[in-house]
Design a binder for this molecule. Structure first.
Ligand code: HEC
Ligand code: HEC
Ligand code: HEC
Length: 218
């Protein structure tokens, strides 16, 4: 009794294995290009378009991957292109055509200011003055990436101390648990960078100080 039962199972297994093999073999034949050289037998035949089993995850619209060159007033989505007053407005593509850009074609505002191409007001009435301070902070917890040099100079030409201290950064060296992950999630440097300051994907502008472990990246 037991013997017949197990041989029946074995038979079923044999047949199901055989019937499974057939379509697979057919698939292989179909996907093998005609021009394949038979002497290279043994290497797996390459299917030109492998079947997609897992659908692509929905795309997240991250600002970090959106490269935005300068927009004209007509296509910035803010201005009413049919309004007569459009004619008196200077178009940014004209106003900013001389401005230096970075390798992502975004305006390099640090260079633009340094070259005197713009002269922003320090206060609404134009009588205020910026409190400019030249002090670099070196962030060295960068693994194999070059260290990060944070320059107070370039920041305080645009920003007040109170824009960063104490809400974003406690003003004490090493007092803030900064990491790249948090920056990418919009904390610390990421409060501004990728939003109102240059993109986080121009790594070299922050990771600008090579060290023994990092070698030279840029
Ligand atoms: C706005 C400045 C800025 C930019 C741009 C930037 N980083 Fe960072 N990065 C930092 C800071 C700040 C740290 C933290 C360093 C510390 O705590 O000592 C850091 C840390 C890191 C670390 C160390 C590990 C970690 O998770 O903290 C890696 C790796 C890193 N960054 C890679 C990159 C890469 C790759 C890019 C470009 C795609 C990039 N960074 C762009 C500021 C920046
Ligand atoms: C764009 C942001 C930003 C602005 C604006 C800014 N700081 Fe800072 N400041 C930092 C960062 C980042 C650090 C380093 C914190 C760390 O190491 O964790 C720092 C550190 C400091 C420190 C500590 C230095 C040390 O050796 O411990 C002082 C003091 C300081 N800032 C004063 C100022 C003053 C005064 C101004 C205005 C003139 C100013 N900061 C503007 C970001 C800023
Ligand atoms: C409060 C806003 C703000 C925060 C926070 C901030 N930045 Fe900036 N950063 C700016 C602005 C604005 C500029 C000048 C405009 C530009 O270059 O886009 C600038 C410029 C810079 C520059 C000058 C680049 C050059 O070419 O000279 C560096 C480097 C830099 N940031 C690194 C950092 C790092 C590292 C942090 C975090 C530790 C940080 N920033 C935090 C707003 C900020």
């Amino acid at each position: 009794m037991r013997y017949t039962a197990s041989s029946a199972i074995a038979l079923v297994l044999f047949f199901s294995a055989a019937s499974c093999q057939n379509p697979a073999a057919r698939l292989l034949e179909e996907s093998t290009p005609q021009s394949v050289n038979t002497s290279s037998a043994g290497t797996a035949p390459e299917s030109p378009q492998p079947p997609k089993l897992i659908p692509d995850p929905p795309r997240k619209d991250l600002s970090v991957v959106n490269i935005k060159p300068i927009e004209t007033l007509h296509d910035d989505g803010t201005h009413d292109a049919s309004n007569d007053a459009m004619a008196v407005l200077q178009d940014p593509t004209v106003a900013m055509q001389e401005f230096p850009v970075d390798r992502r074609l975004q305006i390099n505002w640090v260079k633009t200011l340094d070259q005197g191409l713009i002269a922003p007001r320090a206060s609404l009435d134009g009588k205020g003055e910026m409190l400019v301070m030249d002090m670099d902070i070196l962030f060295t917890n960068t693994k194999d990436m070059p260290y990060v040099r944070f320059p107070h100079l370039q920041h305080t030409k645009w920003l007040d101390c109170s824009n960063c201290h104490p809400r974003i950064f406690i003003p004490r060296r090493g007092a803030n648990p900064v990491s790249m992950n948090k920056v990418l999630r919009g904390e610390f440097c990421g409060v501004c960078h990728d939003k109102v300051a240059f993109s986080l994907f121009v790594c070299e502008r922050c990771h600008s100080v090579p060290h023994e472990r990092s070698g030279k990246w840029w």
